[in-house]
Design a binder for this molecule. Structure first.
Ligand code: HEM
Ligand SMILES: *[C@@H]1O[C@H](CO)[C@@H](O)[C@H](O)[C@H]1NC(C)=O
Length: 360
């Protein structure tokens, strides 16, 4: 105990010292830009930032910012610890787009791939770097998001990733967890990465209802995804194509079968629940898992830290809540060791979740 508090005070003294040093670090003015940087090697990324925000992401937590995060996963997860196939976070999804964008799991990625290719080419950046950069900037456009690490310097991809590395929402949890483990991620890390579905919508799962969000606040990096997926769902009856699948009980919201199952599987349910009313824990675990995802297959000794270019995200005003008309009684308890937290219910009558407008 005494040693712990000694350590704690030592750590805070070190932190103070670092903070005072930070004030003394000289910033350099970046050429052709209104920005200054502590590392001159990061200057060119400010020009990429301005271009991306103005022409692709529109500085908002909309469709393009969401897609920028999705492509981070689909590029990087093309990696296996147990085979030499797939280069991870290497930009192969753009460089070898003729191959990878044909994979069924990459349906809907074409547009952001095309936009990011244009920006990368205009600024002489590799596709591996532009994907990770846009992902971090896209996340930062969402209120409540963490400021992710950004390392620059990935070489060009040399080969496409094989098909079958991106999990499918209809696979059983065991298959999804095995694939993630093959790429080096634990079940807890997968759950942390799925905080991403708090800023997400589907265009391709059901093409008749494009832009259907996975939670009621798709422009906020809040914890609602971990709450709303735990609401008792509606099971499709009959013999149609969706028979036996479980849908969100909220009008206008889509629930992926994989999110539904991960929220209820004994391997993942308690971690899933732990994020429901703990935004700080969720963002911390998400950042840590993203840091790993962003450099899969890369030699980090050859990358330089340009995190200073990533904008500082705004806070969110959303506090964890049950959607209007729902309460703790609607929770399908899955974690066997702890009861789902009780939360306030949003006031007013139940309302339909608004779709995410298409990017322009
Ligand atoms: C079990 C693993 C996962 C499965 C099965 C899955 C599946 C899906 C599906 C089917 C969509 C809808 C695509 C569409 O129809 O347009 C989607 C969207 C999305 N996913 Fe995942 N995903 C998984 C993990 C991840 C991870 C790890 C990330 C990021 C770290 C991520 C980020 C996103 C984002 C941001 C969107 C929204 C894209 C948009 O709105 O344009 N997903 N995911
Ligand atoms: C990547 O490839 C492009 C051309 O395809 C080339 O201009 C560029 O220098 C390469 N970048 C690196 C870092 O190898």
């Amino acid at each position: 105990m005494a040693f712990k508090s000694f350590l704690a005070s030592l750590i805070s003294i070190v932190a103070l010292f670092q903070a005072s040093q930070a004030g003394l670090i000289k910033r350099v003015a970046c050429p052709n830009s209104k920005h200054t940087a502590t590392n001159a090697a990061c200057c060119s990324w400010f020009n990429v930032l301005d271009d991306l925000q103005k022409n692709v992401l529109f500085s908002e937590c909309g469709e393009a910012s969401h897609s920028s995060l999705r492509i981070v996963f689909h590029d990087a997860i093309g990696f296996s610890k147990n085979s030499n196939k797939g280069g991870g976070a290497d930009g192969s999804i753009i460089k070898f787009g003729d191959t990878e964008l044909e994979f069924a799991a990459n349906n809907g990625i074409e547009e952001i791939a095309d936009d990011l290719q244009g920006v990368a080419d205009a600024h002489g950046k590799t596709y591996g770097d532009i994907i990770q950069f846009a992902g971090a900037v896209g996340v930062a456009n969402c209120a409540g998001a963490p400021r992710l690490q950004f390392l620059a310097g990935r070489p060009n991809a040399t080969a496409p990733a094989p098909d079958g590395t991106v999990p499918d929402p209809f696979q059983p949890v065991s298959t999804i967890l095995a694939r993630m483990a093959d790429a080096g991620f634990s079940s807890d890390e997968l759950v942390a990465l799925l905080a991403s579905h708090t800023i997400a919508a589907a265009d391709e799962v059901d093409t008749t209802i494009p832009g259907t969000p996975f939670d009621s606040t798709a422009d906020q990096f809040d914890t609602q995804i971990f709450i709303e997926t735990q609401l008792r769902g509606l099971t499709f009856p009959g013999t149609g194509p969706h028979q036996g699948e479980v849908a969100s009980p909220l009008a206008g919201e889509m629930r992926l079968q994989s999110d539904h199952n991960l929220a209820r599987d004994p391997a993942t349910a308690c971690t899933w629940q732990s994020f429901a009313n703990n935004h700080a824990l969720m963002t911390q675990k998400f950042s840590a898992a993203m840091k790993k995802l962003a450099v899969l297959g890369q030699n980090t000794n050859k990358l330089i830290d340009c995190s200073e270019v990533i904008p500082v995200p705004k806070g969110t005003s959303v506090t964890p809540h049950f959607p209007a008309g729902k309460s703790h009684a609607d929770i399908e308890q899955a974690c066997s060791s702890t009861v789902f937290p009780n939360l306030p219910t949003a006031p007013g009558p139940a309302k339909s979740v608004t779709p995410v407008p298409p990017g322009t």
